[in-house]
Design a protein around this ligand. Structure first.
Ligand SMILES: [Zn+2]
Length: 77
């Protein structure tokens, strides 16, 4: 087992959390859509957009870090 770069591990953790949030929001939005709950649908749509933006930033930061630091973190990189 190779020592894992702590910064890479942080970003990886953040990406996992963000993807989990995306998944939860998507499911909630589907429920709102099926239930014809327009208020919840609109609110979740906004949240989902914000979270997609965050996902983009974390993925970008992860790529940039690997490029700058030359660390591959794990095999998943
Ligand atoms: Zn690193």
């Amino acid at each position: 087992m190779v020592d894992q770069c702590p910064e890479y591990a942080n970003l990886q953790h953040e990406l996992q959390l963000t993807l989990q949030t995306l998944s939860d929001l998507t499911k909630a939005m589907l429920d709102a859509f099926r239930g014809n709950d327009r208020g919840a649908f609109a609110r979740l749509d906004k949240e989902l957009e914000t979270t997609v933006g965050r996902k983009e930033r974390v993925v970008g930061a992860l790529r940039q870090h690997v490029k700058d630091h030359k660390c591959s973190g794990t095999d998943a990189a």
